[in-house]
Structures are given as structure tokens and as C-alpha cells.
Design a protein around this ligand. Structure first.
Ligand code: SF4
Ligand code: SF4
Ligand code: SF4
Length: 389
């Protein structure tokens, strides 16, 4: 059963990551086995501050893996991607009508400002490092156990953020207060809910990965530089049926990429989810570092219209109107700055909340004609083909 082969394995991997996290927490906090420490968000600040700990080592390993396998970490081992795909599954199971519609057509919204958004969030991720530098506490040390698994999660040590965060909020006062537990717990749930359900619902599956995730800033520069990297590769003649392109959750036009780039998907947004491989009934593509087999049958429509205008490296349905992108970015930044007075974590809440609410309001106010185009890619391509004769 070729069709679901990779998806079953991938889901097992993403579920496995969550079990790993659970065991990690249990071993650290319940059984006191502190073999390794935090292995996610604190890795970047740790590395930049010269603190070689488990989190920093994990970041280095992930970057090395990109050289060999591309962003396979994203597709197979990122816990957030697991949560994003879980929310996608739940919304489809619940048959949420608005979502089913955009999901069936694989409508994926994107924005030409996505790198700016990612950079802003990356900057927030670096705030602890900036804080080290300002306090002149920058120092190199090696400690595999540090920081603890919960270091950057709300509620750790009764602080809203890690002890090194430049912004913070003391949760526990004198004595037990139920709110001190509820606030960080609800804050955590809320932010994950926004990153998964809300973003998927409004902007298509995996929108957080396509628009906001700051880790892409670290991963993308290492794509396409290693000759040993595996890429989605053509191994037999492609029919141009476009099933792969229409099913890519990252909005990559797979069939055109392999047609125009020596049989390889070179797009840096590819997360190696293998949806394209699974849906290709002709078994034309696979993940390989070998040279692609030649395309002997030309696909005339691809020659006439090599690509959809300037979206060559964005390759999504239709970017939102740049004016609205720009204004909503400012709104997000202002909202985030205001809420960050409660602590660095709240920057995310304010920025994402402000962004969504602003855009919702704008779309309610605008007339139908003035709205940014939301034509699905297939229809858009038909139009372009017609124009090209
Ligand atoms: S883009 Fe970010 S959130 Fe998405 S899978 Fe990759 S690391 Fe995880
Ligand atoms: S090109 Fe294929 S493997 Fe890469 S993200 Fe798209 S569907 Fe997944
Ligand atoms: S790679 Fe496969 S699914 Fe994609 S267009 Fe070619 S034949 Fe169709």
C-alpha cells in the first residue's frame, strides 16, 4: 500500500516524539534522572550565549541533519508540527465546514512578509541572550543538564518565563494561590491552540510553519548547500497530473519544480512530509540524493507558463495584499509590544491575537471586490494558461 506508507510512519514518529517528551519530563521531575536537559526553545539562546547544554547540542544536530536530509526534522520530529497535524485531523474529523472547504482544495494562504514575521519572533527568542549581554553575564560553559525541561515554559520556578528572561512576572506570592497555576497553564494551552487550530483554520494547514516559525531562519540557510542532501527527486517520467502539487501542505508546486530544476524539489520550504510521494500514483518521485532520471516527455503547459509570475519561491495560492500585510504587521508588533509588558511570553499572545483580529475586522469591512484574491491555485493556473494561449 504505497499510498499511505510514509504518512503512517511519520505519524508514528510525531506521536513518538510526544512520548519521548513525556518520559523526559517524568524522568527529570519524578525520578530525578537528569541525564539531559531542555531540548527545544532554549537551544538557540543557549548556543548564542556560549552555553553548551543539551538544548544547544540538539540545535547543532538538527542543523547538521538539514545538510543530509533537508528539513526532515520539521516533517518527522518537531513536536509542534505533530500538534499542528493533530489539530488538522481533529478539525477534519469534526467536519468543520469552513475548514473542510479550504482543506479539500488545499488552499494555503501566505504572505510575502513571512520572513519579517519569522525574524520578529526569532528576535523574541533571542531576548534572553540580549539580556545576558546587557548584564555582561555572557560566559562559555559546558553543562549537559542545563536548563531543565520546563525552563522556558510558563510557571517554571513560579516565574512566568525562564529565570534568564529579560521580562518576567513572579507568579507565586506568599503562599499557595490557585491562579498562579491556572495562569501559566491556560497561557500555554492558549498559545498552542492559536498556533495550531486558529492558524490552520484561518490560513490553511500548517500556517504557523509557513508564516511564523522562527526556526526556519536557522534551517533554511543550510538547504541546498550540501551535495549529499536528499531531495524529492524524479525517478521516472512525470505525467504532469499535478496530484503532488495539489497536496503539498507547504504550497510547493512540486511537479513544476521537478520539471524546471533538473528533476529535484529545491524549495527551501519543503519539510519532507512525503505527501507528494504518497499521492503520486505513478511512483515518479522519491527522496534521494541521486541524480534525477530525465524527463523524456515534455509537458507543454509547463513550457508555456514556466511558473506563476513572481511567486517562484513562494509558490502558494495567492499572497495577501501587501498593503494589508504591512499594516497588520505593524498592528501585530504594537499589540505584542503592549502585552509584552506582562512578560516576554505575552509578546506572542498580543502579536498573534492582534494580527488575527485586525485581519478579521478588515475582511469584514472590505467589499468583495476590494478583498485580496483568494482564488485556489488550480483555478489561477487555468487562467494563466488561457492567457498564455
Ligand atoms: S517550521 Fe517550525 S513549527 Fe513547523 S515543523 Fe519546522 S520547526 Fe516545527
Ligand atoms: S514537496 Fe513533498 S515532501 Fe516537500 S513539503 Fe511538499 S509534499 Fe512534503
Ligand atoms: S510527480 Fe507524480 S503526482 Fe506529481 S505530476 Fe508527476 S506524475 Fe503526477
Amino acid at each position: 500500500m504505497h499510498k499511505v506508507k510514509f504518512q503512517n510512519r511519520r505519524i508514528m514518529s510525531l506521536v513518538g516524539v510526544h512520548f519521548y517528551m513525556l518520559f523526559h519530563f517524568l524522568f527529570w521531575y519524578v525520578f530525578g534522572v537528569k541525564i539531559w536537559g531542555k531540548t527545544a526553545m532554549m537551544g538557540v539562546p543557549s548556543l548564542l550565549a556560549g552555553h553548551i547544554n543539551a538544548a544547544a547540542i540538539m540545535i547543532v544536530l538538527i542543523i547538521i541533519s538539514v545538510l543530509l536530509y533537508g528539513r526532515a526534522f520539521c516533517g518527522w520530529a518537531c513536536h509542534l508540527r505533530g500538534a499542528i497535524e493533530f489539530s488538522d485531523w481533529i478539525m477534519r474529523k469534526l467536519n468543520i465546514s469552513g475548514y473542510q472547504k479550504i482543506r479539500e482544495k488545499n488552499i494555503l494562504f501566505n504572505t510575502s512578509f513571512r520572513w519579517l514575521f519569522r525574524s520578529i519572533i526569532f528576535f523574541v527568542l533571542l531576548l534572553p541572550v540580549i539580556s545576558y549581554w546587557i548584564r555582561r553575564e555572557y560566559s562559555f560553559y559546558f553543562d549537559i543538564q542545563s536548563p531543565s525541561p520546563m525552563a522556558d515554559l510558563p510557571g517554571n520556578n513560579n516565574l512566568l518565563f525562564s529565570a534568564h528572561s529579560p521580562f518576567n512576572m513572579q507568579l507565586a506570592g506568599n503562599g499557595f494561590a490557585i491562579l498562579d497555576f491556572i495562569i501559566p497553564f491556560m497561557a500555554g494551552i492558549f498559545i498552542v491552540f492559536v498556533m495550531t487550530f486558529v492558524f490552520n483554520y484561518f490560513y490553511g494547514q500548517g500556517a504557523f510553519c509557513r508564516i511564523l516559525c522562527p526556526y526556519t531562519i536557522l534551517l533554511v540557510p543550510f538547504m541546498n548547500i550540501s551535495p549529499w542532501q536528499k531531495k524529492i527527486t524524479r525517478v521516472s517520467n512525470c505525467t504532469g497530473c499535478r496530484a503532488c502539487s495539489n497536496n503539498c501542505p507547504q504550497g510547493i508546486d512540486v511537479s513544476r519544480e521537478i520539471y524546471h530544476y533538473d528533476g529535484k524539489v529545491i524549495n527551501k520550504e519543503c519539510i519532507k512530509c512525503y505527501h507528494c510521494v504518497d499521492v503520486c500514483s505513478y511512483q515518479t518521485i522519491t527522496d534521494s540524493k541521486q541524480k534525477a532520471s530525465p524527463q523524456t516527455k515534455p509537458i507543454s503547459s509547463y513550457e508555456k507558463t514556466p511558473w506563476l509570475n513572481s511567486q517562484k519561491h513562494l509558490q502558494v495560492i495567492e499572497p495577501l495584499h501587501p498593503v494589508f500585510d504591512f499594516i497588520s504587521m505593524i498592528v501585530a508588533f504594537v499589540c505584542g509590544t503592549i502585552t509584552s509588558r506582562l512578560g516576554g511570553f505575552w509578546f506572542y499572545v498580543g502579536a498573534i491575537g492582534g494580527y488575527i483580529i485586525f485581519r478579521k475586522l478588515i475582511s469584514l469591512i472590505l467589499t468583495e471586490e476590494a478583498r485580496p484574491s483568494q482564488i485556489p491555485r488550480q483555478e489561477k493556473e487555468k487562467e494563466v494558461s488561457k492567457l498564455a494561449g
